[in-house]
Design a protein around this ligand. Structure first.
Ligand code: NAD
Length: 422
């Protein structure tokens, strides 16, 4: 349903709007179209958890499996107060298209629990995670559906998911989740993978647009896993990060922000990002999106760039680190401004790519060096970027629609080869 306040679509409808355009251009036949539009399965679980106070709380959780056409479901688990079934549905479908864009043999899934992790103790979070996993244990598995971290969850959460699943199936099964700690079968390079993928895409876009990397101005909204790791890598590579923001607000400094020091401020000293001494001009997390820059990386959450504010975006390259940061209503405005877009299903696919490498390593029981992981990631991202951009140029569509078309075409071909089991 369109939001009553802004007339903007919700994320699920935004995801569907792009799917519709791409499906039409591809000329998908009706049955395939219907099949790919609907998720394969949606589960709602109610999670009773005793809080530290002794009070019993019942949390609501979801797991949506959008597609297993090209392989087991793959997708993160989000812990946030505003998780909804529609959001999880959209994120699950995006995972299908993302895995297909980078051509890794996974389908798409996503999970979420309505809770505020900042208000729960570590022990309470562990109980929520374990009960959520136990409720879903029949549907998870290395060949069924493989979770990973997302907003509000991390490597520790994945360790609890893995252990709970292992207790249920009565065997150690490290490949049931990715984004795990290294000690439990995690992969080198996974923590930085999404941010590294963002940088690889930006490097490719710069080369394409004949722009220089040294001193190239970047604004990053979101300073969590994707935003902070992306900013650290880009800073080290010679980009100039002139803006950064997290949920507490933003900073802008045209001379560049010292990102390693900001990282230490936020994560080492546990201080609020906008209070970073000498960091620059303080502003809201939204306002930072509208300052002039060469590259804008929204890496926080959905619906940040909308039809209401897209005209204020002032960048040459928009690289989406978050899922769904731009609404479909804003697409036309961004296109008219001739902004080179690197859509989320390509821009943030570095994370799922290294998750795939982690799954492969777990199943082989043989682990790769970090340099090997990074080289393979570089190869996958560069190749996928080239395919999307080539398609966009050939068929005169924007990069977002090109990415959807490449992805949907891959899934549709696999589906037709498998046929419809009845
Ligand atoms: P995270 O929880 O580690 O970090 C989220 C960051 O966004 C935090 O800095 C938070 O303060 C900030 N934030 C939240 N709401 C905000 C707001 N309204 N304005 C400004 N900042 C805000 O999450 P993450 O893993 O970095 O994920 C960020 C986005 O990237 C999500 O859309 C997620 O789905 C997507 N993503 C993550 C990965 C991954 O590997 N972690 C992979 C692909 C896509």
């Amino acid at each position: 349903m369109a939001s009553q306040v802004t007339g903007e679509l919700n994320v699920f409808e935004s995801a569907e709007a792009r799917f519709e355009i791409a499906a039409k251009r591809l000329g998908l036949e009706q049955g395939v179209y219907r099949f790919l539009k609907c998720p394969e399965r949606e589960i709602t679980v109610y999670i009773p958890v005793a809080l530290d106070s002794g009070r019993l709380e019942v949390f609501t959780g979801y797991r949506v499996l959008h597609s297993t056409v090209r392989g087991p479901g793959k997708g993160g688990i989000r812990f946030a107060p505003d998780v909804s079934l529609d959001e999880v549905r959209a994120l699950a479908a995006w995972m299908t298209w993302k895995c297909a864009v980078v051509d890794i043999p996974f389908g798409g899934a996503k999970g979420g629990v309505i809770c505020d992790p900042s208000k729960l103790s570590k022990a309470e979070l562990e109980r929520v995670t374990r009960r959520y996993t136990a409720s879903l244990s029949d549907w998870l598995g290395p060949e069924r559906d493989i979770p990973a971290p997302d907003i509000g969850t991390n490597a520790q959460t994945m360790a609890w998911v893995m252990d709970t699943y292992a207790m249920h199936v009565r065997q150690a099964t490290t490949a049931v989740v990715t984004g795990k700690p290294l000690e439990l079968g995690g992969s080198q390079g996974r923590n930085e993978a999404t941010g590294r993928g963002v940088m690889i895409c930006c490097d490719k876009a710069l080369a394409k647009l004949k722009m220089k990397r040294d001193g190239c101005r970047v604004i990053v909204q979101g300073f969590g896993n994707v935003g902070s790791q992306g900013a650290l890598l880009m800073h080290a590579a010679g980009y100039k990060i002139i803006g950064a923001a997290d949920v507490n607000g933003g900073l802008y400094n045209e001379n560049g922000i010292d990102i390693p020091k900001l990282y230490d401020w936020v994560y080492g000293q546990k201080k609020h990002l906008p209070e970073f001494p000498g960091g620059g001009e303080k502003m809201t997390a939204q306002e930072v999106l509208f300052r002039p820059t060469d590259i804008l990386v929204p890496a926080a959450t959905e619906n940040q760039i909308t039809s209401q504010n897209a005209s204020r975006v002032d960048c040459r390259i928009l690289c989406e680190g978050a899922n769904g940061p731009t609404t479909s209503h804003a697409d036309a405005i961004i296109e008219k401004k001739e902004i080179f877009i690197i859509p989320d299903i390509l821009g943030n696919a570095g994370g799922v790519t290294v998750s795939y490498f982690e799954w492969v390593q777990d199943r082989q029981g043989f682990f790769w060096r970090e340099s090997e992981v990074n080289e393979r990631l570089q190869d996958v991202m560069e190749h996928s970027f080239d395919q999307v951009v080539r398609y966009a140029e050939l068929h005169k569509v924007n990069n977002r629609i090109a990415a959807y078309i490449v992805a949907i075409d891959r899934v549709a071909r696999a589906l037709k080869l498998r046929g419809f089991y009845a």
